[in-house]
Design a protein around this ligand. Structure first.
Ligand SMILES: [Fe+2]
Length: 263
């Protein structure tokens, strides 16, 4: 049984969320790499980041200038967005991952990637999780999409017995997550802007996007599109607005027959 399954997520305390996290364990090297990553990404984001991300960054800005203390970050985040960060080590079992997100608890790594991985890391670190994802939670609509889609996906997975069919679902949902909140683009004033955390936390991914271009978001195409998190994204998909994401959720509910279980 995993740590998450053992916890009562509805009544989880801040001290449990950050169990094992010790801000004093970061050293000067961690702080230097954080600043170098931030400088590189802020430059790369010029003209790339979507409005909701820019607003979220402004709301959290001073918290990111230095390697943030998750305890302080959690206080501000919860006050303004209802989201909290949970410190995790390693990848979570996928049902736990979606269960946490459905409760507006964002699992974040705590280590800072090494110098060799500044442009790309296949293994999310605190910089990717915090700088790439948290600012978007200040957008109510996007925040609702993440928690609602996670609740739906969790419900689908819970009612499906283990086996080949479930494995295929997990693969589809993983591609859905990758091509939306990790590598997603949104149309703003006639231009494609990034809302995906993998782009917003990586100067290398931003460059890759500029070279590859993008396609219009289509759920079935996304479900059929292979990807690997070991290299930059092979494709990017653009939505016209966050309404497209909610429309895709209706498709998912219809496809997996959970209408009436969760709204
Ligand atoms: Fe991510």
């Amino acid at each position: 049984m995993s740590r998450i399954t053992e916890l009562n997520i509805d009544e989880i305390k801040d001290s449990e969320l950050l169990k094992g996290f010790d801000f004093d364990k970061y050293d000067d090297g961690d702080r230097e790499r954080w600043k170098a990553l931030l400088d590189g990404v802020l430059e790369a984001q010029e003209g790339i980041s979507c409005d909701s991300y820019t607003r979220g960054m402004a709301a959290l800005g001073e918290n990111f200038a230095e390697l943030p203390n998750l305890e302080e970050l959690n206080y501000k985040l919860e006050q303004q967005t209802g989201w909290r960060v949970m410190a995790v080590n390693g990848l979570l079992p996928c049902e736990d991952f979606y269960k946490l997100l459905s409760k507006k608890i964002f699992p974040s790594a705590t280590f800072v990637r090494d110098w060799h991985s500044t442009a790309f890391t296949g293994y999310p670190d605190i910089f990717h999780d915090v700088v790439g994802h948290l600012p978007l939670f200040f957008d109510k609509k996007f925040s609702d999409f993440v928690s609602k889609s996670s609740a739906i996906i969790y419900a689908v997975l819970r009612k499906t017995p283990d086996g080949a069919e479930k494995e295929k679902m997990i693969q589809n949902f993983s591609r859905y997550g990758w091509f939306t909140w990790e590598a997603g683009l949104i149309l703003e004033q006639g231009t494609a802007k990034a809302y995906g955390g993998a782009i917003l936390s990586s100067s290398g991914e931003t460059q890759n996007l500029k070279e590859r271009g993008y396609d219009k978001f289509d759920l079935l195409e996304v479900f059929n599109q292979e990807y690997t998190d070991k290299e930059f994204s092979c494709r990017y998909f653009m939505i016209d607005s966050y309404d497209d994401l909610f429309a895709s959720l209706e498709q998912i509910k219809n496809q997996y027959g959970i209408e009436g279980i969760i709204n």
